[in-house]
Design a binder for this molecule. Structure first.
Ligand SMILES: [Fe+2]
Length: 418
């Protein structure tokens, strides 16, 4: 997990060596993430929206087999013809597939067979890239790049989903040991002003982007201000104490209906024992870290918090303009922390003001601030478990407004806007 991937994972698609090295690095990273999981851990599907680790391992492999080896490598024979049905996710053009909510029923193939599948495809694709003629290499390089970014998304989902699975275990097992950090304070909340006008958002430039991250287009913005850091767990407790989950006036209609239906009283994975708030983490059940950004809240909760605080969520365009100056860097998977860190003034990875260079100091490498959202809005997200090398300034990720665990796994309530 401490492995550092090439910073431009597969962005130098024209470079055969870089492409092959990136491919091996990403494949190895996925296997490192699951190495300490028992086979039993890797079969469980704790809810319909989550997938077993074994399925992630196989599905990311199927992608390379289905879209590159099968059409381009003439001598390649599929590892098992049934795997296309079992491990297709939702690629309509690739044929029928097993129902997503029933992925936990796939006890066969076993983990050993899936790992053999991975080994075959990894070796076959690396060999293919090694010898492919230049025209073929240029044709498949964008597909390899897409496959690597896809696999990195699934690396995050492996962590996302195993946390949910372990949260369903009464013994609250730890995926990884808890790593303490030095700081237990957070920066004062400050407001950073941005100019309005006709601005541009959307992916631009030669780097990789998923197809929903473009095209670049103009938007009209009023001047706005963005908070300098995310909302903390302690501030969220104030919201709870202030009746945040009991007062419908803070909530959108469907959000309030969800609060009632789901019995939400606190962020996902929080629980109170003997008056102490704890949170299920990848290091097991831990006391809340009050100064750390709160996470596992849905869009509806973030929106209600903002209204309670007399603020609002930044729009998608506002956040993207603010993030424009950011260079993804920071508390990614390689830190081993696997949780958000408090925003401290001296920490360029967590302090938005510092990252934006508005303190008149040279612009430092920026943390992995990401945007995720839905319904035309975005909320701030820190890349706490994003695989190394995968962090990008722009990310449009799936996830419904009620989702607490999935794409918004470590979704922080946004830096508020006014
Ligand atoms: Fe996928």
């Amino acid at each position: 997990m401490s492995q550092t991937l090439p910073s431009a994972v597969a962005t130098a698609a024209s470079d055969r060596v870089t492409l092959i090295e990136s491919f091996h690095a990403v494949r190895a990273q996925t296997e490192a993430l699951t190495r300490d999981l028992a086979p039993e851990d890797q079969v469980i599907q704790s809810m319909p929206d989550a997938s077993p680790s074994k399925w992630h391992l196989a599905h990311t492999t199927w992608f390379f087999e289905q879209f590159i080896l099968a059409p381009y490598a003439r001598a390649y024979r599929p590892f098992d013809p049934d795997f296309a049905y079992l491990f297709n996710s939702y690629y309509e053009g690739a044929g029928p597939r097993h129902a997503r909510p029933r992925r936990g029923m796939i006890t066969r193939p076993g983990l050993a067979a899936v790992m053999a599948y991975r080994a075959q495809v990894t070796a076959a694709l690396a060999d293919f890239l090694e010898v492919a003629g230049e025209p073929v290499l240029w044709a498949v390089a964008p597909l390899v790049e897409l496959g690597l970014n896809h696999e990195q998304q699934h690396q995050e989902l492996i962590l996302t989903d195993i946390l949910h699975a372990f949260s369903c275990n009464p013994t609250s097992p730890a995926y990884a040991p808890y790593r303490p950090t030095a700081t237990a304070e957070t920066s004062p909340l400050d407001w950073i002003a941005f100019q309005g006008g006709i601005r541009e958002i959307g992916h631009d430039g030669p780097g990789f982007a998923f197809d929903n991250e473009g095209p670049r287009h103009e938007v009209l913005l009023r001047p706005f201000r963005l908070a300098s850091r995310a909302v903390t767990a302690a501030e969220w407790q104030d919201f709870m104490a202030g009746g945040g989950y009991r007062r419908p006036e803070f909530w959108l209609s469907d959000g309030w209906a969800t609060v009632q239906r789901e019995g939400w009283r606190a962020p996902g994975y929080w629980e109170q024992r003997d008056g102490i708030w704890l949170s299920m983490t990848l290091a097991g059940l831990r006391p809340l870290e009050p100064e750390a950004p709160v996470c596992h809240v849905s869009f509806y909760e973030a929106d209600a918090y903002a209204r309670w605080a007399g603020k609002r969520l930044p729009s998608e365009a506002e956040w993207e303009i603010a993030a424009d100056a950011l260079r993804p860097h920071g508390n990614t998977c390689g830190s081993g922390l696997l949780r958000p860190m408090p925003a401290t003034p001296g920490n360029a990875a967590t302090d938005v003001r510092r990252r934006l260079g508005v303190d008149s100091k040279p612009l430092r490498p920026l943390s992995g601030l990401r945007a995720a959202g839905r319904d035309g809005r975005r909320v701030q997200r820190q890349v706490h478990v994003q695989p190394d090398g995968a962090a990008r300034r722009l990310l449009r990720y799936a996830g419904g407004p009620r989702t607490r665990h999935l794409s918004q796994f470590l979704l922080s309530p946004p830096a508020l806007a006014v």
